[in-house]
Design a protein around this ligand. Structure first.
Ligand code: NFE
Length: 503
C-alpha cells in the first residue's frame, strides 16, 4: 500500500513523504522536497558582502545561522579575524536564535503530536487565553474543521496524553512559549538590528556597538527565556517522554552523526567551541574534514555532475529528470549517510566527555527516562537533545555577556581581496551548516551551501542508500497505514525545514 503523507504540516516549507506499507510496517520511504529555489545561482557575480544578507533570506527561522556561516567563510577568504567583541555579539545573536527555535519546535510544531488538545474542551477555569482556545476547539470539534486563526483540528488519529491537567498545562505553555520566542528574538535584535533577517551581522563582527544598556536588556530577556526553559519546557518534554516511552526506540536513523560545532570561545572562527565539532561513526568520534563532503544527485532534479565536492558544487535544475523524485541533493560524508542536528551535537560532546554540563544533563535525563545514550537516536532523543542544547546555550549566553568590553570595537574595517576562498561552518538549530565562498575580481565566483535539512531529508544517494529521515522511517510499525501518526512524529522529530533544504 502506497501512502503519501504530504503536504506535511507543522514544518517549514514544502515536504512530502511517500511511504510504502506492508503488514502495518513502513517498508519504503522517500522524502520529497517539492520546490526549487536557486540561491547559489543568485549569488554568482555579486559583491561578496551581499552574501551574509542574501543567504539569510534562505529561511525565516534560522537566518542568523546562514549569516554566521557566511561571515565565517568570508573571514577566511579575506584573511581576517573578528575582534573579541565581534565574535561575542555573533554568539549572542546566534545563540538567542537557537532558544527561539527550540521553543517554536517543541510547542508549536511537535507538542500537539502528543498533547491532547481536545482536553481543553473540559476547561472550567477563567484564564482568558485558555477560555479563548477552549471556545475555538469546541467550535472546531463541532464543525470538524480548523477554525480561522486556531490551527488545532482536525488532527491525526492516534493516542494522546491522557492526563487533562498535563494537557491543559502544556497548552498554557504553548501560548506562553510564543511570548518567550518573542523575547529571544528581541534579544537577538538588540545586536543584530532585527528579526528575522539581521542587518548587523558581518564578516569580522557586528555593526552594533555594545553598550551597558544593550547588555543588561539582553541579559534580562535571556534570563526570562532560560527560566521558562528550565521550569516549563523541560518538565513538559519529560511528561511527554513519560507518556510515550516507545518513542525512545522509534525513528532511529541508520548511519553516522555529524556536528560542525557551535559558539566559538575565542575570535577565530575555527576556535574551540561550546559544542565541539565531530563525526560519530560506530560510536567513535573523529574530526570532520570538509574535503570529504560530496553531493550526489542521481535522484535529485539536477543535471550537474554527481558526487562533486562542496567547492566544486553546481546547481543546474532539470525538472523533468528521469528517476529523480526531489529537489533535495544527497550530501554524504566520505560516501556515508549521516544525521545532523541536536542528537549529533550532543553525542559528539557526550561521547568525548568534553563538556561537563552536557555529560551531567544527558546522564540525569537518561537516568530519569531509563535509557542509554544510544537511545538518543530516536524521536524522543532528538527532542531531549534540543532541550539539553537549550539549557547549555542559555547559560553560556548569560556568561558570554559578562565578557563583552563595552568600550572596545565590535567590527573591522573590511577590504575585499580580488581572490580568496573559505569554508564557514556552524550549527544551525537543525544541525550542521556549511557555506563555501570563492572570489574572483572582488566578486563571488562560486557560493555553495550544504544545509542541515539537506542532510536529513536527503534522497537515496547514487548507490541507492537512503537519507537519514528515510532510514528512520523504514521499519516503523504503524497502527493505521492511511494515517501514520508514528511516521509524522518521526518526521517532526527532525524539525525539517524545506526552505533551507532546497535553498
Ligand atoms: Ni530553515 Fe535551517 C536550521 C539551516 S535547516 S531552518 O536550523 O541552515 O536546514
Amino acid at each position: 500500500m502506497k501512502i503519501e503523507l504530504g503536504p506535511l504540516s507543522r514544518i517549514e516549507g514544502h515536504l512530502n513523504v511517500k511511504t510504502t506499507v506492508t503488514d502495518n510496517v513502513v517498508v519504503d520511504a522517500q522524502c520529497v522536497g517539492e520546490m526549487f529555489r536557486g540561491f547559489e545561482v543568485i549569488l554568482r557575480g555579486r559583491d561578496p558582502l551581499d552574501a551574509q544578507q542574501i543567504t539569510q533570506r534562505i529561511c525565516g527561522v534560522c537566518p542568523y545561522a546562514h549569516a554566521i556561516a557566511s561571515s565565517y567563510a568570508q573571514e577566511i577568504a579575506y584573511g581576517i579575524t573578528a575582534p573579541a567583541n565581534g565574535r561575542i555579539l555573533h554568539n549572542l545573536i546566534q545563540g538567542a536564535n537557537h532558544l527561539f527555535d527550540y521553543l517554536l519546535h517543541f510547542y508549536q510544531l511537535s507538542a500537539l503530536d502528543f498533547v491532547d488538545i481536545t482536553a481543553i474542551a473540559n476547561y472550567k477555569g477563567s484564564d482568558p487565553e485558555l477560555v479563548q482556545v477552549r471556545d475555538w476547539v469546541k467550535a472546531e470539534l463541532a464543525s470538524k474543521k480548523a477554525f480561522p486563526g486556531a490551527p488545532f483540528l482536525p488532527r491525526l488519529e492516534g493516542q494522546y496524553l491522557k492526563d487533562d491537567d498535563l494537557n491543559i498545562g502544556a497548552l498554557k505553555h504553548y501560548i506562553e512559549a510564543m511570548e518567550m520566542q518573542k523575547k529571544a528574538n528581541r534579544a537577538s535584535a538588540i545586536f543584530g538590528g532585527k528579526f528575522p533577517h539581521a542587518t548587523g551581522i558581518f564578516p569580522g563582527g557586528c555593526t552594533q556597538k555594545p553598550t551597558i544598556d544593550h547588555i543588561s536588556a539582553y541579559q534580562a530577556l535571556i534570563e526570562e527565556v532560560r527560566d521558562f526553559i528550565q521550569q516549563k519546557y523541560i518538565p513538559d518534554l519529560l511528561a511527554v517522554a513519560h507518556g510515550f516511552p516507545d518513542y525512545w526506540h522509534i525513528g532511529q536513523s541508520r548511519g553516522g552523526f555529524m556536528s560542525f560545532g557551535l559558539l566559538p570561545f575565542t575570535p577565530a572562527s575555527d576556535s574551540r567551541r561550546l559544542f565541539a565539532s565531530g563525526l560519530v561513526l560506530d560510536g567513535q568520534v573523529q574530526p570532520v574534514d570538509f574535503d570529504l563532503i560530496t553531493e550526489d544527485i542521481k535522484y535529485a532534479r539536477y543535471s550537474s555532475a554527481s558526487g562533486l565536492k562542496v567547492n566544486e558544487g553546481e546547481l543546474t535544475p532539470a525538472p523533468e529528470k528521469n528517476g529523480a523524485y526531489t529537489w533535495i541533493k544527497a550530501p554524504r560524508y566520505n560516501g556515508q549517510m549521516v544525521e545532523v542536528g541536536p542528537t549529533a551535537r550532543i553525542l559528539v560532546d557526550y561521547l568525548q566527555g568534553n563538556n561537563p554540563q552536557v555529560t551531567t544533563l544527558v546522564d540525569r535525563f537518561a537516568g530519569m527516562a531509563g535509557i542509554r545514550a544510544e537511545e538518543l537516536n530516536s524521536v524522543l532523543g532528538r527532542h531531549l537533545c534540543r532541550a539539553i542544547s537549550a539549557v547549555v546555550i542559555a547559560d553560556f549566553l548569560l556568561a558570554e555577556t559578562e565578557r563583552i568590553d563595552p568600550g572596545a570595537p565590535a567590527a573591522l574595517e573590511l577590504e575585499i581581496p580580488a581572490t580568496g576562498e573559505g569554508f564557514g561552518a556552524t550549527e544551525a538549530s537543525r544541525g550542521a551548516l556549511l557555506h563555501y565562498i570563492r572570489l574572483q575580481n572582488h566578486k563571488i565566483e562560486k557560493y555553495e551551501c550544504v544545509v542541515p535539512t539537506t542532510w536529513n531529508c536527503s534522497p537515496r544517494d547514487d548507490k541507492g542508500n537512503p537519507g537519514a529521515m528515510e532510514s528512520a522511517l523504514i521499519g516503523t510499525k504503524v497502527a493505521n497505514p492511511a494515517v501514520q501518526i508514528e511516521s509524522v512524529r518521526i518526521v517532526h522529530s527532525f524539525d525539517p525545514c524545506l526552505a533551507c533544504a532546497v535553498h
